[in-house]
Design a protein around this ligand. Structure first.
Ligand code: NCD
Length: 318
């Protein structure tokens, strides 16, 4: 099994074979999740703690469901963004956690790098559920699985990621994953939201939707992350929708069978027209949510296998 990681902190450290392994294991969980009995005992006896220092609807519920379906004892710790300061507090949290002997720790945090720091201080597998503007690896993996199933492959595709790239961990993780799998990625959005340094990732940058979407296979829309904006990045939401919101006219520039994606939560009428989001012939947004549970089951299953193997090697009872 080609998956050697101790944690899932980001897409950056993953080898393409490891990405393929996660997606292949996830395929089996897609099938399981469609059965009447959705139970497996891959995580039986293990404890999973979810710590979300930032609000989340689908990611947290998806991780919770994934852990429960795999037979883990799952606990959600209520973390308020206001209760964290930095450094010391996070390390104190890690010490408290260690005393509870978790096996899997799922963390979302508003600061980039905070999840990595926590991973260095705890004795369990850590999964990054989104850290600031840095990474959101399970989102990129679920997007990859959705693309692979819709297009029959995950290489040599033209993919446009559109909108608020500057503030998006989803965009960063997707850029890395799609690049590692040898796709051509374009970033499309206003110059204020698409920093030129993103060219380092080997992608093309467009500030016009008609040009940026021309002949692409996949259109990935992003939410305007207003909570991360500290100034006037856009003139108005109305103007933004007119220039960058995905509607039927703009989508007509993509390939006729191009799929439309969005990680949620959506701002209908801001970055995407409601009719496009609901068009079952083009939009795979609901499928992304379904793939999310399967990918998180696969990631936790693979990490738990590595954790058990390393504990056995160290002579620790599991
Ligand atoms: C994303 C996130 O939190 O980074 N949402 C998600 O995980 N489904 C994107 C967003 O908040 O816009």
């Amino acid at each position: 099994m080609a998956f050697r990681q101790k944690h899932l902190l980001g897409i950056e450290p993953l080898h393409p074979d490891e990405i393929t392994t996660i997606l292949d294991v996830a395929e089996r969980y897609v099938d399981l999740n469609r059965q009447a009995d959705k139970h497996s005992d891959a995580l039986k006896g293990l404890t999973q703690i979810n710590m979300f220092f930032e609000n989340s609807t689908r990611t947290q519920s998806s991780f919770e469901l994934a852990g429960k379906r795999l037979g883990a004892d799952v606990m959600n710790m209520a973390m308020q963004a206001s209760s964290i300061k930095k450094g010391e507090t996070l390390i104190d949290t890690a010490l408290t956690l260690n005393a509870m002997h978790p096996d899997l720790l799922v963390v979302r945090h508003p600061h980039s790098g905070a999840v990595d720091l926590l991973a260095q201080k705890v004795n369990c597998a850590v999964l990054n559920a989104g850290d600031g503007k840095h990474e959101h690896p399970t989102q990129a993996l679920l997007d990859a699985l959705t693309i692979r199933r819709a297009k029959g492959r995950l290489h040599r595709l033209n993919i446009a990621i559109c909108g608020d790239i500057a503030h998006s961990r989803v965009a960063r993780s997707n850029l890395m994953l799609l690049g590692k799998m040898e796709n051509r990625v374009r970033l499309v959005g206003p110059p204020t939201l698409v920093p030129q340094q993103f060219r380092e990732f080997g992608c093309e940058i467009y500030d016009d939707m008609a040009e940026g979407l021309k002949d692409v296979d996949v259109v990935m829309m992003l939410r305007l992350q207003k909570e991360r904006m500290d100034g006037g990045f856009i003139p108005s939401e109305r103007e933004y929708f007119y220039r960058y919101g995905l509607d039927a006219d703009k989508l007509a520039h993509a390939k006729p069978d191009a799929i439309v994606m969005h990680p949620g939560p959506m701002n209908r009428g801001v970055e995407i027209d409601g009719t496009i989001a609901d068009d079952i012939n083009r939009s795979v947004i609901q499928e992304q949510v379904e793939m999310g549970v399967a990918v998180r089951m696969a990631a936790m299953d693979l990490l738990a296998r590595n954790l058990k193997a390393s504990r056995e090697e160290a002579g620790v009872m599991v």
